[in-house]
Design a protein around this ligand. Structure first.
Ligand SMILES: [Zn+2]
Ligand SMILES: [Zn+2]
Length: 75
């Protein structure tokens, strides 16, 4: 039997991968900076794109956010 404090800690620690729908340890390198979608280590290789913006050096963007923010680069 878990108390609520323990349950909250577990859900903060574990994130559901949007691609393969399994739980993984939270890692901020595997989250889209715009929509906060989390991907596991394997899926993030295909789903997340490292890109630049004017405020930060590099950040991760999912496919759709990357397109939204950087499509002017591809015209
Ligand atoms: Zn995954
Ligand atoms: Zn995104």
């Amino acid at each position: 039997m878990f108390d609520m404090y323990v349950v909250k800690n577990i859900t903060d620690y574990l994130k559901l991968c949007k691609k393969c729908n399994t739980y993984h340890i939270n890692n901020y390198n595997q989250i889209c900076i715009v929509c906060k979608k989390f991907y596991c280590k394997d899926c993030s290789k295909y789903e997340l794109i490292r890109n630049y913006n004017e405020y930060e050096t590099t950040s991760n963007y999912c496919d759709s956010c990357n397109f939204l923010y950087f499509n002017y680069l591809y015209k």
